[in-house]
Ligand binder design. Structure first.
Ligand code: SF4
Length: 241
């Protein structure tokens, strides 16, 4: 069991400043973690538009996940071609579906794969569910957190490149903290209701102002809370483990 930390005054100020700048986004979970997991795999290394198109084509071609699992891999790849890396993603998706099938068979269950994954996640704490998802083939920490947060509205913070970069610059996590480690830190320090708004707003901030190259610091609403420009000292504000 990990120890909970109390959010710092600095973290609270960053959270509030982001809300003031970008609003308070509200999650709309669909309670479909298997659809979310496949969708997240499809979204890797491509745009939301392309992966959304690939997902729609996949579920149109194969109306159930069992059909996706049992189809020849080249037909699954054909269906998701618009999402890019189809020859990598098709076997990865089928591996996940087959793994869930094998697990359920061991338990002698008879649910659909979709219902089976929902049941497995529902009986675990968020931290346990995150760890469980990561045992599935090709599912990393960010993908696992995306499924829990977006599809089930559970307090698991996905740390993508924007969240990682802005978190470091704002002195929320230390400069040597990896994106993988940041998932664990945020799991301990964030109040559950902050997870979704903070995730979305850090991405918005990273895209609009705090770019990877040439961040627009002169017009940044977070300037007074930023370690990168020296407004705060990351050694005092950052969580490092
Ligand atoms: S001041 Fe600059 S580096 Fe700091 S958060 Fe704003 S844009 Fe990013």
């Amino acid at each position: 069991m990990t120890t909970s930390l109390i959010p710092t005054v600095h973290l609270a100020r960053v959270y509030e400043a982001l809300i003031a700048a970008y609003g308070e986004p509200v999650n709309q979970p669909d309670n479909d973690p298997l659809g979310g997991l496949v969708g997240t795999i499809l979204s890797q290394h491509t745009s939301d538009i392309n992966s959304g198109r690939a997902y729609q084509q996949l579920i149109t071609t194969f109306p159930t996940w069992e059909e996706v699992r049992d189809a020849p891999t080249y037909l699954v790849a054909d269906a998701i071609r618009s999402g890019g890396l189809a020859n990598v993603k098709a076997p990865r998706i089928q591996d996940v579906l087959q793994t869930l099938t094998d697990q359920q068979q061991i338990q002698e269950g008879t649910q659909t794969l979709s219902a089976y994954l929902s049941t497995e996640l529902a009986k675990r704490t968020t931290e346990e569910a995150w760890a469980y998802l990561r045992t599935l083939p090709g599912v990393g920490p960010k993908t696992a957190a995306c499924v829990l947060m977006f599809n089930l509205d559970r307090a698991s913070m996905p740390v993508d490149t924007h969240v990682w970069r802005t978190s470091q610059r704002l002195g929320l996590i230390g400069p040597k903290v990896s994106a993988d480690k940041a998932h664990l830190i945020y799991a301990r320090v964030l109040p559950p209701e902050w997870v979704y708004p903070l995730h979305v707003n850090l991405i918005t901030h990273g895209r609009k102002i705090c770019h990877a190259q040439r961040p627009e610091c002169s017009r940044c609403p977070l300037y007074s809370e930023c370690a990168y420009v020296g407004s705060v000292n990351a050694q005092e504000t950052a969580f490092s483990g």
